[in-house]
Design a protein around this ligand. Structure first.
Ligand code: F6P
Length: 325
């Protein structure tokens, strides 16, 4: 007989996948198993919660998945769950299937869904997992480091060929509406310019003049990192080409950033968070999110957590120009 406040935990991954989701699932399942709590995997995020699309999730099912990218539970962004009818179906499924605790792994949208479920009486704990690192309540989201490294590797490779041809490379990275990914990639690759939504640029002064002065200083190739959604990268490349005469090429790194084996930071963070999520539910906690406060894995009330905004570090942004010749 388990001494836990819950007997059956449902686990789902929702929103964009991120490297480390599998590690979080494995950690949660193994922790639960150690406490005598049963786990079920809910497939395709909130869609599976509405349709009752569940799988058994025991020690055997999660064997060897820590290093695997993607999510073994599949993921989706569910429009239907946002409707009153869809939401009610999800709540009913939880009752019908005897789910007395739910772990939702994903980004901001996933947390919004978790809050709604918590208000409807479902015991829920959120685990932040998105390559965007844009969730206000946590200093770190699972997947960010691996995605940054994937983008950095691509930019380094581009830099080699741009150097050979003395070209300019305009590279679009992901990030939804935030510039955390682009900023880190810009700093780590020594980009000529990094364009992020939090700090709008004056194109003539901040892009064209910067390329010109870098050229005068002796640079022969240039890298412009652009956070998605700022301006079409083809337009940016065209303007650079026209104004400076430098042959310019465009690369959109895209979904490659979401895949791949998670790096150590994501494996470890996911393992800490998956464990804590189960411990919270077992202790009778409800309506929480697991967060990183610096290096510390802790938790917050989900409603308060969702009100928190994450500012981009202005010092890191100013470092970009300080490091550009
Ligand atoms: O939130 C993760 C993310 O990869 C964002 O960076 C990007 O804007 C979005 O998801 C892309 O979503 P989709 O996979 O639906 O194209």
């Amino acid at each position: 007989m388990s001494k836990s406040a819950v007997n059956r935990i449902g686990i789902l991954t929702s929103g964009g996948d991120a490297p480390g989701m599998n590690a979080a699932i494995r950690s949660a399942v193994r922790t639960a198993s150690g406490l005598g709590i049963e786990c079920v995997g809910i497939l395709r995020g909130y869609n599976g919660l509405m349709t009752g699309d569940f799988i058994k999730l025991g020690e055997e099912e999660v064997k060897g998945i820590t290093g695997r990218g993607g999510t073994m539970l599949f993921t989706a962004r569910s429009q239907e769950f946002m409707t009153d009818e869809g939401f009610q179906r999800a709540v009913n499924t939880c009752k019908f299937m005897g789910i007395d605790g739910l772990i939702t792994i994903g980004g901001d949208g996933t947390f919004q869904g978790a809050l709604k479920l918590s208000k409807a009486g479902v015991k829920v704990v959120g685990v932040p997992c998105t390559i965007d690192n844009d969730i206000g309540c946590t200093t770190y989201t699972i997947g960010f480091d691996t995605a940054c490294n994937t983008a950095i590797e691509a930019v380094d490779k581009l830099s080699d060929t741009m150097q050979s041809h003395e070209r300019c490379s305009v590279v679009e990275v992901m990030g939804r509406r935030s510039g955390h990914l682009a900023l880190n990639v810009g700093i780590a690759t020594g980009a000529t310019i990094t364009m992020i939504p939090e700090f709008p640029v004056n194109f003539e002064k901040d892009v064209i003049d910067r390329i010109r002065s870098a050229r005068i200083a002796g640079r022969t190739h240039f890298t412009i990192i652009v956070a998605e959604g700022i301006e079409p990268v083809n337009d940016i490349a065209h303007k650079i080409n026209e104004t400076t005469g430098i042959e310019t090429r465009v690369t959109t790194i895209g979904h490659i950033q979401r895949g791949g084996a998670p790096l150590v930071r994501d494996r470890v963070t996911a393992s800490l968070m998956g464990n804590r999520a189960v411990m919270l539910l077992a202790a009778g906690e409800d309506g929480s999110v697991v967060v990183m406060d610096g290096d510390q894995c802790t938790d917050l009330d989900i409603e308060a957590a969702l009100r928190m905004k994450k500012a981009l570090d202005p010092d890191a942004y100013h470092l970009l120009s300080a490091l550009t010749s």
